[in-house]
Design a protein around this ligand. Sequence first.
Ligand code: THU
Length: 132
Amino acid sequence: MKHTDEDLINAARDVRENAFAPYSNFKVGAAVETDEGNIYTGCNVESASYGLTVCAERVAIWKGISRGEKKFGRIAVVVDTEDLTPPCGVCRQIIWEFCGDVPVILSNLQGKTETVQMSELLPRAFDSKFLK
Ligand code: THU
């Protein structure tokens, strides 16, 4: 871990500005840190064909994967909601796949922050160990 939680939150907050969310008006920013200390960010990208929407968390992770990154750690998610917004079910599965049981840092624009562990968000997860 080369960055502070604050660094990740700031990166997620900044990239949230780029969210393409004209249909939901619900902008999300995410930032994931690799074991080597690189930060990859993502925002949600929506489509007029609603189901094609991709969440911020997956954009961040896929950007890292496509740059050849293999090991990820913490992820921060920033949304402008009073109640801190956790990753959706699909993103929980993807975070588990690529990050494992990492801390997930939730934050809003008022600076409220809470950290939850992935195993709390996705107990008894399905993953590659069942495929062996
Ligand atoms: N969204 C995310 O980007 N991440 C989540 O974990 C929850 C939902 C996005 C998808 C959609 O663009 C908007 O928020 C409303 O669901």
